[in-house]
Design a protein around this ligand. Structure first.
Ligand code: LR7
Ligand code: MN
Length: 583
């Protein structure tokens, strides 16, 4: 019985594991038995059969759901019930070293139990869903590169502890060419001892990046459904079944859990979103991933608050798909490098070629957000163009038509023309499968992107903004809102020296904009929703004027940019845009 209580103590946990082992040793049916089961029936009898009603999940209050596990016991260990771990001051130094190495505090993580209880962050309804018993089996795939030990291993424990053993076919670990000692025999022995055959460990013979490593994992997996998680997650109660149920109903659905946060420093487990507020994944035109409240129109399609809803895209790391469907779609574009953009590639492909992406409120999984990315990009790195951007461009060139491509290149003008490798296979796939246009996607699925990010008007000028005839450039530094804009020697590498003036008078840099307090210093702001602004550049005089204040940009003695009364005789008020292609 799936919901049979195994007990909350160590003995119960053993029993749970034994059950899993036994399940794994079940023999598959013989070829003959399988053939017999699938013997086609004569047409007459098929006609007599009652129409098949697909089984539905039922919400029945007062009666706990069939897959709902009983609550585990909270122990007295640090981090229990998702609490923050407090370190004594003498361990702080060591903790900092691990944060530097892994992006997480491994000293804190090492103190947290492998089977700690985390708070149930789901909507209250979730406990009362009764799902059809017959569900596809799952392979949970974890790819990893130089991860910490206890965070990785806790992810496996958590998957095993929270998944019905009948449905968890295997956990597939794929090591993306890590070089840490603890990920060699120590990991092999631990996994073998704790999980036996349930967990399989494979290793890449060279660094492939997370995207190709996931594709590799999907090829090695044998379950009906593949579920990807980052290698630093903790699964919440009954997270798996609600995902599987969406795929059981429609095998072309990508089912996405709601991601809770685990603090990199204290391991505290906290929801990012409350159970009553529904968010979905979107993007701005430079492809920074964003989340936004789901439009009411989408929510109204459902009967209950806890039911899944459609989303344009997702963060990338955590999702479930029918394994064969993933392969039918060609998996990820193998030309994508290391990290980034694969979430768009897969979600655009799914939506445009007839499937759907759904976020599932009753499935919650915690993820440790790192404090920094602790690894480099290996040989995929190029000093002048991040592989992330090349990935974005592959997605743009394959899945967007001219109009939408243009919005991307308006936001990132210096990327135009960078070689992105061969995409004929991807374009061919799109054609052969009669995939819909990006316009269709924007109008029907991602329509509310425009609410936050209206179509950007074209640039009037872009590039470095140089003091005429000099090598002094505008510099927005970190680009953080509030950062002042100063003057520095031009470096030609883009970043904080790349600005765009659009035809509606807005000056942008990256995803941010430039403003000035009345008459004060120029500084970085979060762009207003409307892509317009007060700026005007007169190519002839070189002056950049704030139209509303009728003042011009000048260099102050503090090397920052100030608004002063316009004077076309001042050389410090003459500016020219110089397009740069840092690659
Ligand atoms: O070269 C690599 N090889 C790997 O196997 C680099 C990474 N990895 C592994 C790594 O060990 C980890 O298990 O890949 C997984 C993801 O890498 P992270 O944790 O460094 O990525 P992230 O959490 O910073 O980034 C998010 O965006 C990525 C874009 O490519 C991936 O889609 C990540 O899965 C994704 N993470 C999430 O979606 C978690 C939740 C929300 C966020 C952010
Ligand atoms: Mn991650």
């Amino acid at each position: 019985k799936l919901n049979e209580d195994v007990g909350d103590d160590a003995e119960g946990y053993r029993r749970w594991q034994l059950r899993q082992k036994a399940h794994n040793q079940l023999k598959p049916p013989t070829r003959e038995a399988a053939d017999e089961a699938y013997e086609p029936k004569p047409v007459e009898s098929q006609l007599e059969e009652a129409p098949v009603v697909k089984e539905e999940a039922i919400l029945r209050f007062g009666e706990t759901g069939n897959f709902e596990p009983s609550a585990r016991k909270i122990s007295s260990k640090p981090g229990e019930n998702g609490a923050a771990v407090k370190l004594p001051s003498n361990e702080r130094m060591k903790a900092e070293i691990t944060i530097n190495e892994f992006g997480f505090n491994m000293v804190a993580s090492d103190k947290v139990a492998m089977d700690r209880v985390i708070p149930d962050t789901r909507h209250k309804e979730c406990r009362f869903w009764h799902y059809p018993e017959s569900q596809p089996s799952a392979s949970v795939i974890l790819v990893f590169h130089n991860e910490g030990f206890s965070t990785l291993v806790r992810t496996i424990h958590s998957v095993v502890n929270t998944s019905p053993p009948e449905l968890l076919k295997e956990v597939v670990l794929v090591d993306d060419f890590s070089d840490k000692r603890h990920l060699k025999t120590e990991l092999e022995q631990y996994v073998e001892k704790e999980f036996g055959d349930l967990v399989k460990l494979y290793r890449n013979s060279q660094r492939e990046g997370l995207i190709r490593t996931r594709s590799h994992g999907a090829e090695l997996a044998t379950g009906d459904v593949i579920v990807f998680l980052d290698a630093h997650c903790e699964c919440n109660r009954n997270w798996l079944v609600p995902l599987l149920d969406e795929i059981r109903k429609d095998r072309t659905t990508m089912a996405v859990p709601i991601v809770d946060g685990i603090d990199f420093n204290t391991m505290a487990y906290t929801p990012v979103y409350g159970a009553d507020s529904h968010f979905s994944g979107i993007f701005e035109w430079g492809f920074f991933y964003k989340e936004k409240l789901v439009p009411q129109r989408e929510l109204n399609k459902r009967k209950h608050m806890s039911e899944p809803y459609r989303s344009p895209t997702h963060a990338g790391g955590l999702f479930a798909m029918d394994r064969k469907y993933f392969h039918e779609l060609g998996g990820y574009d193998p030309g994508l490098k290391i990290w980034g953009g694969e979430n768009y590639e897969l979600s655009f492909k799914i939506w445009q070629c007839g499937g759907s992406v759904k976020w599932v409120p009753c499935s919650r999984v915690g993820h440790i957000y790192r404090n920094h990315m602790p690894y480099g990009f290996g040989k995929d790195n190029d000093p002048f163009m991040s592989p992330i951007h090349v990935n974005y461009m592959r997605v743009v060139e394959v899945w967007m038509e001219d109009e939408f491509k243009e919005y991307f290149y308006t936001r990132e003008p210096s990327f135009r023309g960078y070689p992105i490798g061969n995409i004929t296979k991807q374009l061919q796939f799109k054609k052969e499968h009669n995939c819909k246009s990006f316009r269709w996607f924007m109008e029907n699925i991602a329509y509310d992107v425009y609410e936050e990010y209206p179509k950007p008007p074209p640039n009037k000028a872009w590039g470095e903004i140089r003091k005429s005839g000099s090598s002094l450039c505008w510099e927005s530094g970190s680009g953080q809102p509030g950062h002042t804009v100063g003057i520095m020697s031009c470096h030609g590498a883009g970043h904080g020296q790349l600005f765009r003036l659009n035809v509606q008078g807005q000056i942008g840099t990256g995803e941010r904009c430039i403003d000035s307090q009345s008459g004060g210093i120029l500084h970085v702001i979060v762009c207003a929703r409307e892509p317009s602004g007060p700026w005007e550049w007169d190519k002839g005089s070189g002056m950049i004027r704030h139209k509303e204040l009728n003042k011009c940009v000048d260099i102050g003695t503090d090397h920052k940019l100030h608004l002063k009364s316009c004077d076309n005789k001042l050389s410090s008020m003459k500016w020219e845009f110089k397009e740069v292609f840092p690659w």
